[in-house]
Design a protein around this ligand. Sequence first.
Ligand SMILES: Nc1nc2c(ncn2[C@@H]2O[C@H](COP(=O)(O)OP(=O)(O)OP(=O)(O)O)[C@@H](O)[C@H]2O)c(=O)[nH]1
Length: 203
Amino acid sequence: MSMEDYDFLFKIVLIGNAGVGKTCLVRRFTQGLFPPGQGATIGVDFMIKTVEINGEKVKLQIWDTAGQERFRSITQSYYRSANALILTYDITCEESFRCLPEWLREIEQYASNKVITVLVGNKIDLAERREVSQQRAEEFSEAQDMYYLETSAKESDNVEKLFLDLACRLISEARQNTLVNNVSSPVPGEGKSISYLTCCNFN
Ligand SMILES: Nc1nc2c(ncn2[C@@H]2O[C@H](COP(=O)(O)OP(=O)(O)OP(=O)(O)O)[C@@H](O)[C@H]2O)c(=O)[nH]1
């Protein structure tokens, strides 16, 4: 496949406290591995994965930002052009959940108002150490109008689903924008134009 051979290109940025597992989620999805002894991210890392959804090639540019406070001014500059943000916390770390309103303020300030935000509670393989209940996280995400998903980068639980559902959402949004911006374009209903809806499982 050549570099230009894709139907959609989306930029996804992962944010959240240090140590919640952002890098591991990205490595799991893009490389299919759980890195041993993963060091803290310095600034921002970048990975690409192209997936096929209902016969269409979707190129995902995935930006993994450092959670440490001292990198905040660097990472903020990556919000603006993001199509989607994956706001991650660690279900075994109350502190990472309590910081979410702070992250939402960052999003409000630096991201586009069209950005899609997904809240992710990572490390569900450590169920016995859980400090944040699923219900509490769901209530929070509902109040903030975000999708919510729990994952384990270690056990590969829901990681593929996270990125693929997000890609479906982004395709859906992109099509709606095209329709809004171009009134003469054909209405959906023909060929494969609405089949993508069947793969969006967020609720
Ligand atoms: N048990 C378990 N450990 C995880 C999981 N995901 C990440 N970890 C561990 O959590 C630690 C931090 O993971 P990272 O992926 O580096 O976290 P990060 O959010 O990228 O951290 P920063 O780069 O500092 O922002 C590492 O020791 C990982 O092995 C998971 O799903 N389950």
